[in-house]
Ligand binder design. Structure first.
Ligand code: ACO
Length: 702
């Protein structure tokens, strides 16, 4: 975080490349700095070819400036930037915001590394390169080529994209959404979103942080910082690139479900970050998180002047699991004073189309004064007879006069006049939208954030394990340049306390028959091969073999089918194992994500796992809270809880998830784990099929 205060709230600013030509970026930035309220006497233009720009004395280089410099904004061509950064080092500049393009974004990685190296050596932080700049409303700094400052607010916007930062400045202005800062990250050679989140988590002016990201480069740092920051300030993120990332999904069982976007989803949940799906929801959520006080309970009341809007709102509440309060009789009779006899005190409370600003004020006052009411959604459908602004003013003054520090959101449904009323309410600290659904989603986000903020950190489940024994098996496979066989995968799993069935490898039919006699029927026969992942697909497994004759048939059938359908697969024998009784089928897996590390999966199991996609993910190390949350996200968890049957041993599955998490942390070399199905019984569970893949070892596909 070092140096960030000099970037965001500098005392002195130099503009390197302060051109005399009014259309050039360096000139525009200098103009923006001095014309938006930053003190002129603390601004220093740098240009060796001119003595004065925009009425300010111009210096040939940074070293000629007779003052310390906190922030140097650099707008010279890329090939000149290294020299300027050297000047920054010599001058003791704290941060350089490099506007210039022509670095990593065009493949010029070396040039970017060079400026970073010079800067690091001299202790200079770098924002960018390839940015539109930054804006801070606290010190009225517009160090960018964006046209003006935003309306002053409490939302910090950090954007990887410069174009989007520019667009959102005008967009938020149009909607009267106030911003505290706009910071464009660009190539993120040095300063990244984590550094900025860290800074703003302690900034008294900031109430919410909005991030637009295309990707995270330092996943570990991001998670560590975001987990901490989200307890202090809400973070809302819009993460682009879903489709493209998903296409890169790795093709193992769990990997094909994983891909990077699910990793982001998991990380955001684990870190308490609210994810928005588009620009509109990004700011809907930000408004609610920045403006609303924390609700003291779950009782939500809808107040409306139109039945239709009320019903839509109630539907949305149900969908997003907001609890609509049952209105007690004493509260109902207090509310009846503010509505005609045909009004309704059933929640949604319907003041009817007869309501004027007086009825809105009166009924809101009753509701805010009632301790049993914890949050309020106020709806207004525009009847031709009433001026929406009058109602907006009544709502705003009632909220500010009666107060009670309760969250109030509003929806004004109608045309231009409603739009004006909406802006007025936003300016007065009441998140207001044009549909009931948006208002509900904004309030629900507040509740979700409160849940994140208050949820316990969780603890790691202790896993008894025989790490050395697992290590031996893994090293042996690595030396032979192959993945673990199914038996080896089972052995490693059992060293981590995961229950697996007894199994033996037979090299020929006679051995298989002998083992079968020892084990007793019924049995399972399956091929032992590090190259076959989906055994059913290639006929490499036969279940429920009841006698010698069936075993002989199965043996021949399996080998024939594998030779036909997976001719390149290396066959190391045939596994004979008892036919274990089926339980509820779940799947547990792990895929090592490039950005965030081991991504652990839980979900419905069986051969249709990829079709159902009833899965959830979290990044290891997993706490008991992570495990509980990820299991609850799936439908199969309800089956474990006893849907249409006896409850199953969910705790035994939790141990398997903790074990897989630990295994992934112990052995970086394991790229994928796939346990499917994991049979879950009323007591205990059994990993029926276990596969593990090693990093860098090629797998023959079947
Ligand atoms: N120190 C200070 N000033 C210098 C130096 C130096 N060492 N060397 C040259 N200058 C002066 C020049 O004399 C010139 O001033 P003048 O016009 O008075 O003569 C000024 O610096 C600018 O130099 P130019 O060579 O004219 O460069 P130009 O302004 O054309 O371009 C720029 C520089 C804007 C940085 C360009 O290289 C660039 O990268 N443009 C893209 C920037 C961008 O779009 N970034 C955001 C990406 S995100 C998004 O687009 C949404």
């Amino acid at each position: 975080m070092e140096g960030i205060e000099h970037l965001v709230r500098p005392r002195t600013v130099a503009v390197v490349g302060a051109s005399r030509e009014s259309t050039k970026i360096g000139h525009v930035i200098l103009k923006n700095i001095i014309e938006n309220g930053f003190p002129r006497e603390r601004v220093f233009p740098i240009n060796p070819n001119v003595d004065e720009v925009l009425g300010l004395k111009c210096y040939p280089s940074l070293n000629d400036v007779p003052s310390k410099i906190d922030l140097a904004v650099i707008a010279v061509p890329a090939n000149v930037v290294p020299r300027v950064i050297e000047d920054c080092v010599r001058k003791g500049v704290k941060v350089a915001a490099i506007i210039s393009s022509g670095f990593r974004e065009v493949g010029n990685v070396e040039a970017e590394m060079k400026i970073l190296e010079i800067a690091k050596r001299g202790g200079v932080r770098i924002l960018g390169p390839n940015i539109v700049g930054l804006i801070d409303t606290v010190v009225s700094l517009n160090a960018s080529f964006l046209p003006y400052l935003p309306d002053k607010g409490e939302i910090v916007m950090i954007s990887q994209s410069g174009a989007l930062a520019a667009a959102l400045l005008t967009w938020t202005k149009l909607k009267s959404i106030g911003l505290l800062d706009i910071i464009n990250l660009g190539n993120r050679a040095d300063v990244d979103e984590s550094d900025l989140m860290d800074f703003f988590s302690k900034d008294p002016h900031a109430k919410a942080i909005v991030l637009y990201l295309e990707g995270v480069e330092n996943g570990k740092k991001f998670m560590e910082v975001a987990k901490r920051v989200s307890k202090e300030r809400p973070i809302v993120v819009l993460k682009a690139g879903k489709g493209a990332r998903a296409a890169e999904a790795v093709k193992s069982h769990t990997g094909s479900l994983a891909g990077s976007d699910v990793a982001y989803d998991a990380v955001f949940k684990q870190c308490g970050i609210v994810r928005a799906s588009d620009i509109r929801t990004l700011f809907d959520y930000a408004l609610s998180l920045a403006m609303l006080p924390d609700p003291k309970g779950e009782n939500v009341v809808i107040l409306t002047n139109g039945g239709g809007a009320g019903v839509m709102c109630a539907d949305a509440c149900e969908e997003l699991k907001l609890r609509l309060m049952e209105i007690p009789e004493d509260l109902a009779s207090a509310l009846r004073k503010w509505m005609p006899s045909f009004g309704s005190v059933f929640n949604p409370i319907d003041l009817t189309g007869m309501a004027t600003e007086k009825e809105y004020y009166g009924s809101i006052s009753v509701l805010l004064n009632d301790e049993r009411v914890h949050a309020l959604i106020t709806l207004f459908s525009h009847p031709a007879t009433l001026n929406p602004m009058n109602v907006a003013e009544a709502i705003a003054s009632c909220v500010s006069e009666v107060g009670k520090n309760k969250p109030v959101v509003a929806a004004f449904i109608g045309g231009k006049e409603c739009d004006d009323a909406m802006k007025f309410l936003i300016k007065n600290g009441i998140p207001t939208f044009d549909t009931p659904e948006r208002a509900v989603a904004a309030l629900a986000t507040k509740y979700r954030y409160i849940y994140y903020k208050n949820r316990p950190a969780g603890k790691h489940l202790e896993i008894k394990r025989e790490k050395d024994s697992a290590y031996e098996i893994i090293v042996r496979a690595l030396k032979e340049g192959r993945n673990l066989t199914q038996s080896e995968s089972c052995e490693v799993a059992s060293f981590y306390g995961i229950p697996t069935p007894k199994k033996f490898v037979a090299k020929n039919l006679e051995e298989a028959l002998r083992l079968a006699d020892d084990l007793g029927y019924p049995l399972v026969l399956e091929v032992e091969s590090p190259d076959i992942v989906h055994k059913t697909d290639v006929g490499a497994i036969k279940l429920n073999i009841r006698d010698r004759r069936e075993l002989e048939d199965a043996y021949d059938g399996i080998l024939k089918s594998v030779k036909e359908k997976a001719p390149n697969a290396k066959i190391e024998g045939v596994v004979v194992r008892p036919f274990v009784k089926e339980g509820t089928q779940v799947a547990v897996g792990m895929h090592r994500d490039e950005a965030f590390g081991p991504l652990v999966m839980f979900g419905s199991g069986g051969v249709l796992v990829e079709l159902y996609r009833d899965v959830s993910f979290r990044v290891a190390p997993l706490t008991d809270v992570d495990i509980e949350e990820m299991m609850r996200e799936t439908k199969v968890y309800r089956v474990l809880e006893g849907f249409r049957g006896a409850p199953k041993d969910a705790n035994s599955v939790k141990n398997v998830l903790a074990a897989v998490s630990q295994l992934a942390l112990d052995f970086d070399i394991i790229s994928d784990v796939d346990i499917n199905p994991l049979f879950v019984y009323e007591s205990g569970c059994m990993a029926f099929d276990v596969k593990m893949l090693l990093k860098g070892v090629k797998r023959h596909s079947n």
